[in-house]
Design a protein around this ligand. Structure first.
Ligand SMILES: Cc1cc2nc3c(=O)[nH]c(=O)nc-3n(C[C@H](O)[C@H](O)[C@H](O)COP(=O)(O)O)c2cc1C
Length: 372
């Protein structure tokens, strides 16, 4: 499975794991893959702490950090995070806050205490992501910075390159991939609609080869719907330099997801997900539940754009983490269609071994077919 990209990053297998849990990042990189820490939920100070912890637990292996600087969002251009937050708060209709709060109170999900609350505006903007980038670049073992939801601004790309690291960016359409390449992005992550989190409308098997051809020779990582080694073999057969996975890591032993959430995920089938704007303002794949249904009712307010809708629902997200058992019918459970293949809890090491063995079997099957 050693692709050119493996050699460039000094990893054994091109399995990239996006996660919000530092333990998973360190364990994946230690197992020969490449862990990537999602920074969006952390302040710059917290991110620094998380990266220091990973530095201590990852041995001499590399890892990455993922930021969210969308190509378009409300308040673009304002680079002072506090000013931006005040500006944006003024744009949020009271009706939205009341609607979101009522869904949770109707389901008996307790409130979080004022001490447990944090800023409503997290890393969804350039203003809030810039200090996160500076924090990430203070850690030598961070070898890759990825960006979700758009081409990173040129000064961000330059800063990452000047520090000797690689830049990756996600996309779900061919023109976005071309824009990434033109801006100087080193690795394009092509995510098909079946993926968890923010995702477009084109299926992986159709999207991956089109993007691979459109940006060649820039390396492409295949994302969206990868849960087995067979799917990794398919992605590499289509020309991908590796795979970028997310959902799979929610249910590993090392994951920090609350047990009630893990249980919900393990029970879910591939038909249980929906793309909904109800939590973040942009189409995001998650488990369908009473929350997503409530926002689809004819009398429901239209979800706001990013980052406004995320500011409205920040309180709900905190409550769904804190009181995960009570919140499941209305919780934020971002996950891809691959959830239907996630049926048991394994350690990162076991899961990596299973993926690799399954990949080897799939390629041996092809070799047998070719030998006839
Ligand atoms: C819980 C969850 C949260 C995610 N958050 C982000 C994020 O903050 N930034 C990002 O680049 N991608 C995010 N993604 C998308 C992943 O990076 C990845 O592209 C996707 O999970 C791949 O598809 P899969 O879920 O089928 O493996 C998220 C995915 C999940 C499941």
């Amino acid at each position: 499975m050693q692709t050119e990209l493996c050699k460039r990053l000094g990893i054994e297998v091109p399995i990239f794991a996006f996660t919000h849990c530092r333990d998973v990042v360190a364990a994946v990189s230690r197992a020969g893959g490449f862990g990537v820490l999602g920074a969006v939920g952390f302040s710059a100070e917290q991110l620094d702490v998380e990266c220091s912890w990973i530095d201590e637990h990852v041995g001499d292996r590399p890892y990455g950090v993922d930021l969210v600087i969308p190509a378009k969002y409300e308040g673009m251009g304002e680079i002072d995070p506090s000013k931006l937050e005040e500006q944006l708060k003024a744009l949020i209709p009271e009706q939205h806050r009341k609607f979101a709060a009522k869904i949770y109170s109707d389901h008996g999900v307790p409130e979080v205490t004022p001490e447990e609350r944090h800023h409503e505006l997290l890393g969804w903007t350039e203003a809030t992501a810039a200090p996160q980038l500076d924090a990430a670049l203070r850690h030598d073992k961070v070898r890759l910075i990825a960006n979700a939801l758009g081409t990173p601004p040129l000064d961000v790309i330059e800063k990452i390159h000047a520090s000797g690291r690689l830049v990756a960016a996600l996309c779900g359409k061919i023109h976005q991939a071309k824009r990434h390449k033109e801006a100087g992005v080193d690795i394009i992550i092509a995510q098909g609609t079946e993926g968890g989190g923010h995702t477009g409308e084109i299926g992986s098997v159709v999207l991956w080869p089109q993007i691979i051809d459109a940006v060649a020779p820039t390396p492409v990582l295949a994302a969206g719907g990868i849960g087995t080694g067979r799917q990794i073999a398919a992605a590499l057969a289509l020309g991908a330099e590796g795979v970028w996975t997310g959902s799979l890591w929610l249910t590993v032993e090392e994951s920090e997801c609350p047990p009630a959430q893990v249980e919900t995920l393990l029970k879910a089938e591939s038909t249980d997900t929906v793309r909904s704007r109800s939590f973040t303002g942009k189409p995001c794949r998650m488990l369908r539940n009473e929350w997503t249904e409530a926002w689809e009712q004819p009398d429901a307010p239209q979800p706001l754009g990013m980052p406004l809708q995320g500011m409205v629902t920040m309180d709900n997200v905190m409550r769904s983490h804190r009181y995960a058992d009570k919140a499941q019918p209305v919780a934020f459970n971002p996950v891809g269609q691959v959830v239907g293949q996630m049926k048991e809890v394994q350690s990162v090491r076991e899961l990596m071994r299973t993926l690799i063995e399954d990949y080897v079997e799939a390629t041996e099957r092809l070799q047998r077919l070719n030998a006839v």
